[in-house]
Design a protein around this ligand. Structure first.
Ligand code: ADP
Ligand code: MG
Ligand code: ZN
Length: 484
């Protein structure tokens, strides 16, 4: 029998507020010594009173609205009770039956089609302390305790690993567009729990699910799902039953491992938080938040296609990162040839970024729009070859040359050799030195021409105009054939 995965995801994202969720402690604790960003509230001392962070509520609503959620008239806080050393007060302040926003959706692109993933809720809670497990004991750092934490819960609408990849990537992009979270997984600012079950393909009912907790990267999400799909498939195919349980992911061994069920008993005994008032969410406030929503990736992509004549693919790569999209727009305003700019960025910038040879900030500071204009204009007019254009990028970006591209091209005489007389002499030399390929070409082997063009390009260190070289070579060879 063929099985179909059914997947639902819970995404946690730390919000970029200056202070914590219920106290005034600074959230900027990265790199700080343990337990230095703490107070009685976020340490969970008895008798202290929490105070709601208005910005965190606003950020949650912003996110909910961006994900097409409803914002109810009122919301409230609940205690989620459990006992674990990362939570000394014995409960986490979260939201249970009245989340800040609910019933939204996110569209993903799958197989050239759009697919809608329903979002059950986007609510707000507090992060817990961080445990460091040592040999035989554990250390607790409360710096993270009480940081505002967004939780985005999807319906079980995802049907494949690729859909999951699209979904989590897009969510992260949106959070970054909104400026509500860094989405920085290496710093733990974005974490995941996935729920996965299998059912016979085409079936209606959902199967028994397994929850995988504490996933800290896209890779962990995708690999754990891949593993769990196979594990469940084997059990079902051999006539077994899936046990509903909570698992962890062992990234080193590449396997899911059952958690001790006591630690994650699902009996949280939620009850309303008595120390916090329910919140009335005034329509006027919600309206003003909605009015300030920035342009989101899908809208930006459509606009890029319309305004700059980009392909769907090109527009898609640009809008995947708002800073890249902004950089592109800065360039295209000064050099209004969208296709040229995006091709250039794909060819030069993206590989440098991927190889970690430059950061976007460095690149932006070294390539103001007028530099890009100078370079692309020279290239598009055929004054310089692609390899020269690349060289100039390297010299400026990596070599730290602070001359302008035009200056470098002129001073280093990098301009293309388009002078027929000069090229003609070089071509004659190449023909003389390569009797075999010449004979091959004259004997009807068209492919030999490419070799000869390559030799001319080499002799000119890539500065010859390839179109002209081609033309002149053919002309010379034709003359030779006639004289034979
Ligand atoms: P809990 O309250 O125990 O966390 P929920 O019913 O709220 O459980 O669902 C949590 C997540 O599990 C949601 O993202 C949901 O989409 C997903 N989910 C629910 N049922 C299934 C299922 N049968 N298979 C896969 N995912 C599921
Ligand atoms: Mg859960
Ligand atoms: Zn505090």
């Amino acid at each position: 029998m063929e099985y179909e995965p059914v997947i639902g995801i819970e995404v946690h994202a730390q919000l970029l507020t200056k202070s914590k969720m219920f106290c005034g402690c600074n959230t900027d604790y990265m790199g700080a010594p343990p337990n230095t960003h703490v107070c009685p509230v976020c340490l969970g001392m008895p008798g202290v009173l929490p105070v709601i962070n208005r910005k965190a509520v606003e950020y949650t609503i912003v996110t909910g609205l961006a994900l097409n959620c409803q914002v109810p008239e009122a919301t409230k806080w609940d205690r989620k009770n459990y006992h674990y050393p990362d939570l000394p007060k014995g409960y986490q302040i979260s939201q249970y039956d009245l989340p800040l926003t609910r019933d939204g959706c996110l569209e993903i692109d799958f197989d050239g089609e759009r697919k809608r993933i329903d979002i059950r809720r986007v609510h707000l809670e507090e992060d817990t302390a961080k445990l460091f497990h040592e040999e035989g004991y554990a250390l607790v750092d409360f710096n993270r305790s009480g940081v505002p934490l967004l939780e985005i819960v999807s319906e079980p609408d995802l049907r494949s690993i690729e859909e999951v990849r699209q979904y989590v990537t897009k969510l992260r992009t949106i959070l970054r567009y909104l400026g509500v979270s860094s989405g920085d997984m290496e710093k733990g600012a974005m974490r995941f729990e996935v729920n996965i079950s299998l059912r016979p393909r085409g079936g209606e009912e959902y199967g028994t699910r397994v929850e995988i907790k504490n996933l800290n990267s896209f890779r962990a999400v995708l690999n754990s799902l891949k593993y769990e799909i196979e594990r469940q498939k084997e059990i079902l195919q051999s006539g077994g039953k899936i046990k509903q349980e909570t698992m962890g992911w062992d990234g080193v061994r590449g396997v899911t491992v059952p958690q001790r069920s006591k630690e994650y008993a699902h009996d949280y005994r939620y009850f309303p938080e008595p120390d916090l008032p329910p919140l009335e969410l005034k329509r006027k406030w919600i309206g003003s938040i909605k009015a300030r929503l920035p342009e989101l990736p899908d809208a930006k992509r459509e606009r890029f296609i319309q305004e700059y004549g980009l392909s769907e693919y090109d527009a898609g790569i640009l809008v995947a990162d708002k800073e890249v999209a902004d950089l592109f727009e800065g360039y295209v305003k000064v050099y209004p040839k969208g296709k040229s700019v995006v091709n250039w960025m794909s060819r030069e910038l993206f590989p440098l970024l991927n190889e970690g040879r430059v950061t976007l900030e460095e690149f932006r500071s070294k390539w103001p729009p007028d530099y890009v204009h100078e370079l692309l204009d020279s290239y598009d007019r055929g004054w310089i070859t692609q390899s020269t254009a690349s060289q100039v990028v390297t010299v400026i970006t990596i070599g730290g040359d602070d001359r302008s591209p035009r200056c470098i091209i002129e001073e280093e005489t990098l301009a293309q050799i388009s002078d027929e007389e000069r090229l003609g002499a070089i071509i004659e030399g190449v023909i003389e030195e390569n009797p075999k390929p010449v004979a091959d070409y004259l004997g009807g082997k068209e492919g030999a021409l490419r070799y000869l063009v390559g030799q001319v390009m080499r002799a000119t260190k890539g500065k010859a105009n390839p179109g002209l070289v081609n033309e002149l070579l053919i002309k010379n060879l034709k003359e030779m054939a006639q004289n034979m």
